[in-house]
Design a binder for this molecule. Structure first.
Ligand code: AMP
Length: 282
C-alpha cells in the first residue's frame, strides 16, 4: 500500500488505473481504525478493482470546544490494518495541504435543511465541514464509488444529498453499523470511555431495540421517545437528542410513515456518542 500526503500522487495513481479501464472505490476516515472502518474497506474491495482510503482529522468539522486535539491518531496501526484489509492507496494530508489559504478563506459546501437539525443543531457548522471535506476528497480521488457507515446516518444523508444536488458522478454506498458484542456501536470515541462507562453505554442499543418494538406495537411516538430518554438517563447518560424521523426524507415522523429511524446522541461523562436504528413497520 502506498501512503502519500500528495494530491498529485493520488491523481496520478487513480488516472493510471482508470486508463486501464479499472474501477476505484474510496473510503474516507479520520483514522484510529476499528472493525467498522475495516468492514467498509472490505466491502469496497468487493465492489471495485482498487480501494483508496484517506485519514484526515478534518478541523473544519470540529467545533471550538470539541476534541480535535485529543482525537486519537494511530497511523502505524491504521496502515497495518488497511494493508490487511486490501487497501492499495492511503491519502494522509495535513490541514495545510487541504486548506492552504486557511479554513475561513476556503470555499465551502453546505447542504441546506438537514445540516441544521439533530447533530447539526448540536454542532453548528459540523455538516458544512463534512460536506466540504468530502467534496474536496471526491475531487482529489475521483472514485467511482464511495462507502460510508450507516452509524453516521445523518452524515450519510448529507453526503447523498450533496452528491445528488451537485450531480457528482459517484455511487454512494451505506454500510451497516458494526457493533461490539455488547451492542455498543464501534467508534473511535469509545476509547475515551472507562470500562464501567463502556458497559453503561451498551444501554443505547438495548434502548433502541426496545423503542423499535414499541413503535411496531403502535405506541405513540412521543411516549416511546419519553420512555427511551428515561432509560438512558437511568444509566448515567446526559441526553443530547433522541428523535424518530422518516428514514427516507428525515422529516419528523408521523403516524403515516412506514420506514422510521430512531436517532440518538448522548453524553457519557464528557464523551458524546451517537447511534441509530432503522425500523420498518409492516
Ligand atoms: P470516522 O473515522 O469516524 O470519520 O468514520 C469513517 C467512516 O467509517 C464513516 O463513513 C463512518 O460512518 C464509518 N464508521 C464509523 N464507525 C462505524 C461502525 N461502527 N460501523 C460502520 N461504519 C462505521
Amino acid at each position: 500500500m502506498i501512503t502519500t500526503q500528495s494530491i498529485a500522487d493520488i491523481r496520478a495513481q487513480v488516472k493510471a488505473w482508470k486508463q486501464k479501464g479499472e474501477t476505484v472505490a474510496f473510503v474516507p476516515t479520520m483514522g484510529n481504525l476499528h472493525l467498522g472502518h475495516i468492514t467498509l474497506v472490505k466491502e469496497a474491495k468487493t465492489r471495485a478493482d482498487h480501494v483508496v482510503t484517506s485519514i484526515f482529522v478534518n478541523p473544519m468539522q470540529f467545533g471550538q470546544n470539541e476534541d480535535l486535539d485529543a482525537y486519537p491518531r494511530t497511523l502505524a496501526d491504521d496502515q497495518a490494518a488497511l494493508i490487511e484489509a486490501g487497501a492499495e492507496l492511503l491519502f494522509t494530508p495535513t490541514p495545510e495541504i487541504i486548506y492552504p489559504k486557511g479554513m475561513d478563506a476556503q470555499t465551502f459546501v453546505e447542504v441546506p435543511g438537514i445540516s441544521d437539525v439533530l447533530c447539526g443543531a448540536s454542532r453548528p457548522g459540523h455538516f458544512r465541514g463534512v460536506a466540504t471535506i468530502v467534496c474536496k476528497l471526491f475531487n482529489i480521488v475521483q472514485p467511482d464509488i464511495a462507502l460510508f457507515g450507516q452509524k453516521d446516518f445523518q452524515q450519510l444523508l448529507v453526503i447523498r444529498t450533496m452528491v445528488d444536488d451537485l450531480s457528482l458522478p459517484i455511487e454512494i454506498v451505506g454500510v451497516e453499523t458494526i457493533r461490539e458484542d455488547s451492542g455498543l456501536a464501534m467508534s473511535s470515541r469509545n476509547g475515551y470511555l472507562s470500562a464501567e462507562q463502556k458497559a453503561q453505554a451498551a444501554q443505547i442499543k438495548r434502548t433502541l431495540d426496545k423503542m423499535a418494538c414499541s413503535l411496531k406495537t403502535a405506541q405513540s411516538i412521543e411516549a416511546v421517545i419519553a420512555q427511551g430518554q428515561i432509560e438512558l438517563e437511568d444509566v448515567g447518560f446526559r441526553n443530547d437528542y433522541l428523535d424518530v424521523r422518516n428514514a427516507n426524507n428525515f422529516a419528523v415522523a408521523n403516524g403515516e410513515d412506514t420506514e422510521l429511524v430512531i436517532l440518538v446522541a448522548a453524553y457519557m461523562g464528557s464523551t458524546r456518542l451517537i447511534d441509530n436504528l432503522v425500523v420498518k413497520l409492516a
